[in-house]
Design a protein around this ligand. Sequence first.
Ligand SMILES: [Zn+2]
Length: 272
Amino acid sequence: MKVFISADIEGVSGVVHGEHTMREGREHDYARMLMTKEVNACVLGALEAGADKVIVNDSHGTMRNIYHEQLHEKAELILGAPKKLAMMEGINHNFDAALFVGYHTKMGSQGVLNHTFNGRVIRSIEVNGIELGEFGLNALVAGYFNVPVVFVSGCDLVAKEAKALIPSIHQTIVKQTINRTTALNTHPVLVRELIKEDTKTALLACKEISPYRIDSPYTVKMTFLNTGQADAVEILPYVKKNGPLGISFVCKDILECYQLIRSSIMIAGSIS
Ligand SMILES: [Zn+2]
């Protein structure tokens, strides 16, 4: 069995604030350690379920967060950026299942540290009228390769967001949302135990979960936080403005959509 793990940090138990998720400082280093141990719990669960290949993709910010040495030696780790498939770099048709660790809700929904890719750029992203966050967009990329997303960990509300798209997904809820930067957290040691067990259960049932797909062609609508960002993104081919803050484009292929979304965010992120 070949397993792909995409690891973010906002949905890790104990992570509730920008100081945990930004690039430096004592709080960030502590959060990286918590993230690493939750990812490792997922790796251990995968190995216990019989996985013979586990690829972990560090998917947060710099994409250089996980302490490599603390991962089980059978896991291989993708570190660094830029990556053509960003949070899904490394996925392909050969995997049996994808698992998302430390995930968070989409921008503007409730949920701890909610945002979609870049909290200073994106208000919303829709594909064929369905508003999706990182969970949904990354699940579509897995679905393109016929890989089901069988597990997600994070706050109570990302669990709900995931279940709405993939009803039979397995999940570990590591914290209850109180508000965007406050949560009731389960103890890290207990969380790791739960992630390991839930991963194992999810992988043993992975054939029962269908890959997440939306029918092609894809009309993508993106809304930005300031009008200058939409102006800048309109420079890209295929992209049309559809209002002061919005752009849209149409693609036949989900990977093209994902790459145009990611490129748009990089361009918009360069506008202050
Ligand atoms: Zn993140």
